[in-house]
Design a protein around this ligand. Structure first.
Ligand SMILES: C[S@@+](CC[C@H](N)C(=O)[O-])C[C@H]1O[C@@H](n2cnc3c(N)ncnc32)[C@H](O)[C@@H]1O
Length: 339
């Protein structure tokens, strides 16, 4: 999308909508929290049932314009907060516990389509990629960080085997002049991954993913968001998470696996006696992730990597989630790198 196009022209499909609705059964009413409101795809469907209330959260200003329309339509049943979902507990100062909390991770079609945001490697835009108000942008990361930190980010958060080479090439290029636009970064990556034509995926996919995750501290947000959301759910409350890449899925899978069975040790590095007895928080979880069907994938190609996992809460109290934070401390430490 360029500056003259309106967001209305962007098509947005809420991913795995039917599956989400069949799990959360909005017809039974109750309080729902849509932690990743985006364009309101899920919220709007839930609000069709008059016995529901929805709280929408999104860190992006862009979502506010969609939310305002819904707030006008349902002033008593819908409220929007522009905030990070890791703050969900602070936002929801309610006596009324939510029955369902949903996370649909990643980016909305609106964010990707707007070239001014710099999320897409397919169009020229500034190196930004901030979802909300952050402490740094991709411009800062690629122009200021040293080779060691840049390599770590690209290798670990992008699972990019050529991370070191790409980082070195970035440093070489920026020594002549700052790297400003997405297309410059794409050329740098293509220069390193010379055999890219052999592969189906765009050569910049992994590096862009790494940089986006880093500037938005997405994995720290995810771990804290899951812990906070789980603590808000009462017995039989449902936590639904749709994720789009392997790092997210590893965390979501690890979270449900560990907290649904107190005998599970999330990591061989954690001594057994450091695991609290009440660490199981879900009485039921998906063993295997649910995925979109062929029809949905052919209608909306972005849904192809979606994986949905959910859990049904028991009544154990949540503590600090220290076990899951320790298991993924490598990611958390990388996201703490200062720019
Ligand atoms: C895939 S979209 C959600 C689309 C939405 N389900 C719909 O149907 O319109 C993900 C949204 O989550 C938001 N988001 C990502 N991380 C967030 C965080 N940590 N806190 C709040 N919102 C976040 C993004 O800004 C984006 O709008």
């Amino acid at each position: 999308m360029n500056a003259t196009m309106s967001l209305e022209s962007v098509k947005h499909y809420p991913v795995m909508l039917d599956t989400v609705l069949s799990i959360i059964s909005p017809q039974h009413g109750g309080m729902f929290i849509d932690c990743t409101f985006g364009g309101g795809g899920y919220s709007k469907e839930i609000l069709k049932f008059s016995n529901t209330k929805v709280i929408g959260i999104d860190r992006d200003d862009l979502s506010e314009q969609y939310a305002k329309k819904i707030e006008k339509q349902f002033p008593d049943r819908f409220k929007f907060f522009q905030n990070k979902f890791s703050n969900v507990k602070e936002i929801i100062k309610l006596n009324d516990n939510p029955r369902v909390i949903i996370f649909d991770l990643g980016l909305s079609s609106f964010q990707i389509a707007d070239s001014r945001r710099g999320f897409s490697f397919k169009s020229k835009g500034p190196l930004n990629m901030e979802m909300g108000r952050n402490s740094c942008s991709v411009y800062d990361v690629v122009n200021k960080l040293d080779g060691k930190d840049l390599t770590k980010i690209i290798k670990v958060l992008g699972e990019e085997k050529d991370g070191r080479k790409i980082a070195n090439q970035i440093i070489k290029t920026r020594s002549k002049k700052p790297i400003q636009y997405t297309n410059e970064l794409v050329s740098i990556i293509k220069n390193v991954k010379k055999d890219y034509k052999k592969f189906k995926r765009h050569p910049a996919t992994k590096t862009f993913q790494a940089l986006r995750i880093f500037v938005n501290k997405e994995l720290t947000e995810l771990i804290n968001g899951l812990c906070e959301a789980t603590s808000l759910l009462k017995e039989d409350g449902i936590l639904v998470v749709v994720n789009f890449h392997s790092l997210e899925d590893r965390i979501v899978k690890g979270f449900f696996k560990f907290y649904s069975n107190s005998n599970q040790n999330p990591s061989r590095y954690i001594p057994k006696n450091n695991i609290s007895k009440n660490s199981d928080l879900f009485k039921r979880t998906t063993k295997k992730p649910l995925k979109p069907d062929e029809k949905e994938i052919s209608n909306n190609i972005r849904s192809r990597s979606a994986k949905l996992r959910f859990g049904v809460r028991n009544n154990n109290l949540i503590s600090t989630c220290k076990e899951i934070k320790r298991k993924f401390e490598n990611y958390l430490k990388i996201e703490e790198i200062r720019v």
